[in-house]
Design a binder for this molecule. Structure first.
Ligand code: 2RA
Length: 349
């Protein structure tokens, strides 16, 4: 029997990428049920070439469901993932509600797929998109060389803030497009863009060193997620991580500059080969030929792209890398789908 899947949050920014992914990957599902808030229920969406009506979120909607994916805000997952589990489903959750829960595995199939089975609460968590945009490549390097330290600067796309982020970036970009004097006087861009949307400063013609909410000692929630989730996924509770998360005027695909230090000396050429053969990683690294990943070229693709691979000038145990990953695909929908497929394998053998 092919298992039944519920997609909760089917109408959101990640939800629509999910429907595309479910329609293009090898089909492992019987029925696919689409679920959303009562506000969006009744819409008809296409998945696997068929129109399906979106059902309102309710306990009964999980009856007969084997795997329920959640792409909804933390508080909705907190309330409804246990309801799905009670009704007999395994919940795969892409919110922050359960990621650091000791009874919930945090899974990236290329790195720690086996942990999917160890789910005492019936819930498996999907990491944050920023962690996911680098961790497949870093997991491969960790397996070979043993990571000790990570220094990360993120360049995060507007779609990490959902449709509101994308709309804000486009609206602001339109407002600054024709005045060529803008950006040369403090305050001129701020005055021109008006509405800041979900951001604390204009995103057009700018970079904003902030994502998420304020945590202890001035760190942002996004920076703490990069640290805590990397440690949990890699099973390395001593890993030292410093992150600075920055929003940039890119629509979709997060980028990261990473300084990674290992237990032993590393060679750039060897690391490049290792990454090139790692599942889910593509190396694009020829600066002489202007070959390196950029978000506008990576968007819409599944792998983590790595370039600018070089050994640190001052430390033979460190590598510097530049990574890009589509934050809506591998960063959210794709990884969730991959976890769900691992669970589907338990039903079909
Ligand atoms: C962001 N990581 O990019 C968040 C979204 N989950 O804002």
């Amino acid at each position: 029997r092919l298992p039944t899947l519920a997609v909760v949050g089917a109408t959101g920014a990640v939800g629509s990428v999910m429907l595309d992914i479910l329609s293009t990957r090898e089909n492992v599902w019987g029925e696919i049920r689409l679920v959303a808030s009562p506000r969006s229920a009744g819409k008809r969406l296409t998945v696997r070439g068929e129109e399906v009506e979106v059902q309102p979120l309710s306990p009964e909607v999980f009856d007969g469901v084997d795997v329920a994916m959640f792409d909804v805000p933390d508080e909705v997952s907190k309330e409804w993932a246990p309801v799905a589990v009670e009704r007999g489903a395994v919940a795969v959750d892409n919110s922050g509600a359960y990621r650091m829960d000791a009874g919930v595995p945090l899974v990236v199939p290329e790195v720690n797929a086996a942990q999917t089975r160890d789910r005492p609460k019936g819930i498996v968590s999907n990491p944050n998109c920023t962690t996911l945009s680098m961790i497949v490549a870093l997991g491969a390097l960790h397996g070979a060389y043993g990571l000790t330290d990570l220094v990360v600067a993120s360049y995060q796309a507007a779609s990490g803030s959902g449709q509101e982020g994308i709309d804000t970036l486009h609206d602001q970009t339109e407002k600054v497009a024709t005045d060529r004097t803008l950006g040369s006087r403090a305050g001129d861009v701020r005055a021109a863009v008006g509405d800041l949307g979900p951001y604390p400063a204009p995103l057009a013609l700018n970079v904003v060193p902030w994502a998420g909410s304020l945590k202890e000692d001035g760190h942002s929630s996004e920076e703490m997620k990069v640290r805590n989730e990397s440690r949990k996924i890699l099973g390395h509770s001593e890993l030292r991580v410093s992150a600075t998360c920055v929003r940039v005027p890119v629509v979709t695909t997060h980028s990261l500059a990473v300084h990674a230090t290992f237990d032993r000396e590393v060679r750039a050429g060897e690391a490049r080969e290792l990454l090139a053969s790692a599942p889910g990683v593509v190396v694009q690294d020829d600066p002489a030929g202007s070959e390196f990943p950029t978000p506008i070229d990576v968007v819409g693709t599944d792998p983590t792209w790595v370039g600018r691979i070089r050994r640190s000038v001052d430390d033979p145990r460190s590598l510097d890398l530049f990574l890009c990953g589509d934050n809506l695909r591998k960063g959210a929908a794709l990884n969730t789908a991959q976890i769900a497929e691992v669970i589907a394998g338990e039903f079909t053998g």
